[in-house]
Design a protein around this ligand. Structure first.
Ligand code: HEM
Length: 522
């Protein structure tokens, strides 16, 4: 293996940073700055190797020239997956000034997420998100500590608890029934199901959060989507933290400040309105609380009042909307795509659903309990297409992982996409084969480290139950009620499965289909 100090930094930058041409001078100066800094002062990886450590463990070398692995426009998770084939399950990359540790094996993932859980209970700092948040970044980006613990408790026990998820059942059923009506209206013509799935899923999340449909919520959801998109186009300043001014020069800071103003206007307005109406609504016995109501009620309670300011509530709500916005629809989209390609699987699940719920116009959640195959399909989709391809953490102290020194502040990317395709863990890993989960104990709880779609441990996704409830009901109804064909005479094997890049990995090209109502349903 060839080891050079700068090779990786420069080769990986174009992968991580998508930038406009007018930013080129800034980028070049930054790279030049780094080269000079490296030449004259050395860089942090060389400091790493000089650290005093107990005998045995060794510094994880920075990999050398990897140009051969980086094909044009390939996503970072695929680049890192390919690197692992050559260099092993743990690789140290230098990206700008940041030490990045890529992990692609379940054993190493377990060491990080379980054995040394506390060391890695921190998320990478994101100056981009910080600029668009109000307090300490809600749950997702709050530093591990007392504040995070309190907010996490509110989210897990109050906002996304099993009881609360059940309470939103009729909301899900109503929204999905609206989706079915929209699909019916396409009357056998080609249409973009990806967009409809996205709107439905988004509608569920927004209505659960605010209890209403209104135009300002559409504005909020587009701002959150745009914000996530901008954040996924990782800014140069993220990998050169000492060049703090870059985010000002490249316009990212201004855009984030704009999003913050949009969030302030909409969320500030909604919180003020809901405060006025809350007491009368909550005293009505038929009233179902939405998430903002719950947070405002907790704001009045002596136990939680001290840390639930209006700004914290805004951050938490942005976490809820942001956490669910692209992820759940991505799973429905990928599952449907896989079934379009694998007609046997589609037929099998349709038969199971249609036999068990004969003649029903629409499936309710209670109808799904007996449909095991649908659950296997969702797991298999999450294995091959985890919407969040990385579980991202930061080391809070120097530690040793897999026999290597990992310095404090290293960013760790556990590649869930790669874990789901590891031939050491999965037979015939590239094949979409839901039956593999049939007699397996592997579940979504994050205790099987080859399958981490929702992460694991203390910072595991608190929205998993909420997400799965929507995904199951939406997918079940779509395949129960309609028969599906690809548009424009496309054969199943011609359907592309190209991934978009971003924080959430969805299809790059929308799924264009033709739906025909099935004669025995409804
Ligand atoms: C299919 C849908 C979803 C997937 C695949 C997903 C995946 C993930 C993953 C991988 C993490 C990081 C976990 C870790 O570090 O161990 C995470 C964190 C998080 N997710 Fe989700 N998520 C989904 C839906 C949701 C929904 C619907 C919400 C909110 C309603 C949500 C809210 C959050 C929050 C707040 C965190 C940060 C938790 C913390 O840092 O303590 N997610 N999610």
């Amino acid at each position: 293996m060839q080891t050079t100090k700068m090779g990786v930094s420069l080769d990986l930058l174009p992968q991580l940073l998508r930038f406009n041409n007018h930013l080129l001078p800034i980028i070049l100066s930054a790279v030049l700055f780094l080269i000079l800094k490296t030449c004259f002062y050395g860089h942090s990886s060389s400091r790493t190797s000089k650290m005093k450590l107990p005998p045995g463990p060794k510094p994880l070398p920075v990999l050398g020239n990897m140009t051969q692995f980086i094909r044009a426009k390939q996503s970072l998770h695929v680049v890192l997956h390919d690197l692992a084939k050559a260099y092993g399950p743990i690789c140290h990359l230098k990206v700008g000034q940041v030490s990045l540790v890529s992990v692609t094996s379940s054993e190493v993932a377990k060491e990080i997420l379980k054995t040394q859980e506390l060391t890695f209970a921190q998320r990478p700092k994101s100056p981009i998100f910080e600029a668009a948040r109000f307090d300490q970044g809600g749950l997702g980006f709050a530093p591990y500590g007392e504040y995070w613990r309190k907010i996490r408790k509110v989210c897990v026990m109050e906002l996304l608890s099993p009881r609360r998820v059940r309470e939103f059942r009729s909301l899900r059923e109503q929204r999905i029934s609206d989706l079915m009506e929209s699909v019916k209206c396409t009357t056998g013509l080609p249409f973009n199901i990806s967009e409809m799935i996205f709107n439905c899923s988004n509608g569920i999340m927004l209505e659960a959060s605010f209890g209403q449909k209104c135009s300002r919520l559409d504005k909020l959801s587009s701002a959150v989507t745009e914000e996530l998109r901008l954040a996924s186009q990782s800014s140069l300043a993220d990998v050169f933290p000492s060049l703090w001014f870059l985010n000002h020069l490249n316009g990212v800071k201004a855009k984030m400040t704009h999003f913050r103003a949009v969030f302030e206007e909409i969320l500030g307005g909604i919180i003020a309105d809901q405060k006025i109406g809350a007491k009368s609504r909550i005293h009505s016995s038929s009233y179902e609380e939405n998430l903002v109501d719950v947070l405002l009620r907790l704001q009045e309670s002596t136990e939680t009042a001290s840390y639930l300011s209006d700004n914290t509530i805004k951050d938490i709500i942005l976490d809820m909307v942001g956490g669910g916005v692209d992820t759940s629809p991505a799973v429905v989209e990928w599952a449907l795509s896989e079934m379009m390609k694998n007609s046997d699987i589609m037929k099998k699940v349709q038969a199971e659903l249609r036999d068990s719920s004969k003649g029903k116009a629409i499936l309710e959640e209670a109808d799904l309990e007996k449909n095991q195959y649908l659950k296997l399909i969702i797991k298999e989709t999450l294995r091959l297409h985890p919407p969040a391809v990385f579980v991202g953490r930061v080391s809070r102290e120097d530690c040793i992982i897999h026999g290597y020194d990992i310095p404090k502040e290293s960013r760790v990317l556990i590649n869930s996409w790669s874990l789901g395709r590891d031939p050491n863990c999965w037979e015939n890993p590239e094949k979409f084969y839901p039956e593999r989960f049939q007699s397996s104990s592997i579940d979504l709880a994050g205790t099987n480290f080859e399958f981490l779609p929702f992460g694991s441990g203390k910072r595991m996704c608190p929205g998993a139950r909420f997400a799965v409830a929507s995904i199951e009901l939406m997918l079940a109804n779509l395949i129960y009620y309609f028969d599906w064909k690809l548009a424009n005479g496309l054969a199943p094997e011609e359907l592309d499965m190209v991934e978009d890049s971003g924080l959430t990995v969805r299809r790059l090209n929308p799924l264009i289909v033709v739906a025909t109502p099935h004669h025995s349903t409804g």
